[in-house]
Ligand binder design. Structure first.
Ligand SMILES: NC(=O)c1ccc[n+]([C@@H]2O[C@H](COP(=O)([O-])OP(=O)(O)OC[C@H]3O[C@@H](n4cnc5c(N)ncnc54)[C@H](O)[C@@H]3O)[C@@H](O)[C@H]2O)c1
Length: 246
């Protein structure tokens, strides 16, 4: 078990890449705080072998400073420390700048970039008190390349990538490693809901000839969370089926 005794927060952990990561972290022995907005329309269930005493859901809006501060404080109250933060919550968009409103721009920047500032700020504060930790920010291939119809998300993910580098540099000596993953298109609800021709177009951009399963991204997050990546600092790990390599 690679995360035995560790305490982790996963933001946006109720579905998609976040949920796959929550389940994997639990399998690897961590205690996990699942931080997300309340799910409209229903229940959420983790894999049947997830041990209930090892995880808790804390309702969180990652764009609200008080909410993020409370999330970290409640995590430390409940489990005694914070070792791992996966700043994963995010939203997609489909926009062109000449028709996009400033409010829509601000919303995407809030959820996909400003939230990373907040969770990393309070996460690092707790990790400094606990003697170290590992932060993984969920960036994207979209932080490296331009794409039709993606505006604020591309800017936000580019920001996450360089924020990750600079926080990695700033806190390495204090035992806090900050890295990101940059996934290619992944078969989460936000992608599977798209029309088949859009999915086919996405597939055509990946040299591997398919999209990722959420677990394939979670495995990369686990690597960065665990001591297997003990010399990895400020890196942005491409997990994109070759999308940005071509
Ligand atoms: N799916 C992809 O193709 C893909 C590719 C590259 C990067 N990513 C990134 O991976 C991350 C997760 O994506 P996903 O596809 O699993 O998305 P998803 O929509 O399946 O899940 C995102 C989760 O984040 C939560 N969330 C949204 N706003 C929030 C807020 N303000 N506060 C708290 N939680 C909030 C949602 O409720 C949801 O549970 C995002 O940052 C996304 O940009 C996704």
């Amino acid at each position: 078990m690679r995360l035995q005794g560790k305490v982790a927060i996963v933001t946006g952990g109720l579905q998609g890449i976040g949920k796959a990561t929550v389940e994997l972290f639990l399998q690897e022995g961590a205690s996990v705080v699942v931080a997300d907005l309340p799910k409209t329309g229903g229940e959420w269930n983790l894999a049947a072998d997830s041990e209930p005493s090892k995880y808790v859901y804390i309702q969180t809006d990652v764009t609200q400073e008080e909410s993020v501060k409370r999330l970290v404080a409640q995590t430390v109250d409940r489990f005694g420390r914070l070792d791992i933060l996966f700043a994963n919550a995010g939203i997609g968009e489909s926009a062109m700048i000449h028709t996009m409103t400033y409010a829509d721009w601000q919303r995407v920047i809030d959820v996909n970039l400003n939230s990373v500032f907040l969770s990393n700020k309070y996460g690092i504060e707790a990790m400094l008190a606990g003697g170290g930790g590992s932060i993984i920010n969920n960036a994207s291939f979209l932080g490296f390349v331009g794409q039709q119809g993606v505006i604020a998300n591309a800017a936000a993910k580019g920001g996450v990538i360089n924020l990750t580098r600079t926080l990695g540099v700033n806190y390495a000596k204090q035992g806090i490693r900050v890295n990101s993953i940059c996934a290619g298109y992944t078969l989460t609800p936000v992608i599977t809901a798209k029309p088949q021709e859009v999915i086919d177009e996405f597939v055509s951009k990946h040299p591997i000839g398919r999209l990722a399963e959420p677990i394939e991204i979670a495995q990369a997050v686990l690597f960065l969370a665990s001591d297997d990546s003990s010399f990895v600092v400020g890196s942005n790990l491409m997990v994109d089926g070759g999308y940005t390599a071509q």
